[in-house]
Design a protein around this ligand. Structure first.
Ligand code: HEM
Length: 172
């Protein structure tokens, strides 16, 4: 079990340009405790509903069908990355899952401010949909998101860009 206060206390560390990022994929026990495919879908659909109310809404498709497609694919990715069934594998061809995901974000100019908004939105979705999950498992999921999301930041305050090379990301 987790309280809203515990979930909202999940911490965020700042991105540092070109610094190596270490992360660990979330454990399958998080996925199972969340409620497997249905639980993950519930969390991700709630997340995207909140994204559309957030200050990063403009990054995402405004067309309803395209938006549905993103929601759907996003849920599949998170099912697979947590060690659930490999329902996203047709998207990635032969690429490693996390590497594919970093490269997919290269098409968008993502700043630290956008990353903070993305993570803050996810934290609120966890408050809505994951209170039945042990806080220690939520922390493991969060640590993955918090670290991995650093690799999606490619645009910096001084206007420069930097696209993280995947070798610079080390999975523990
Ligand atoms: C832990 C970090 C993140 C993960 C795991 C993640 C994961 C995903 C996934 C699974 C998709 C759908 C991919 C598909 O179409 O097959 C996606 C799309 C997208 N994400 Fe992320 N994301 C992360 C962080 C961010 C951040 C910080 C932003 C900032 C704005 C962002 C913006 C987007 C955009 C714009 C799309 C594409 C929407 C479209 O297809 O038009 N993501 N992301």
């Amino acid at each position: 079990m987790a309280t809203p206060r515990e979930i909202r206390a999940l911490e965020l560390t700042p991105v540092e340009k070109a610094k190596e990022v270490h992360f660990k994929n979330p454990p399958v026990s998080f996925y199972e405790a969340l409620g497997q495919e249905e639980g993950m879908k519930d969390l991700m659909y709630d997340f995207y509903d909140k994204i559309y109310e957030s200050n990063i809404a403009h990054f995402f498709p405004q067309d309803e069908d395209e938006f549905d497609e993103v929601k759907f694919k996003n849920s599949k990715f998170f099912i697979q990355i947590c060690g659930g069934p490999k329902v996203y594998k047709d998207q990635t061809k032969d690429m490693e899952l996390n590497e594919y995901m970093v490269r997919l974000h290269d098409d968008f100019s993502i700043t630290e401010k956008s990353r903070i908004e993305w993570l803050g939105t996810m934290r609120e979705a966890l408050v809505d949909k994951a209170q039945h999950v042990d806080i220690e498992l939520i922390k493991e999921f969060w640590n993955y998101l918090e670290q991995f999301s650093k690799l999606t930041v490619n645009t910096f305050e001084d206007g420069s860009t930097y696209y993280a090379s995947y070798t610079q990301a080390k999975e523990d």
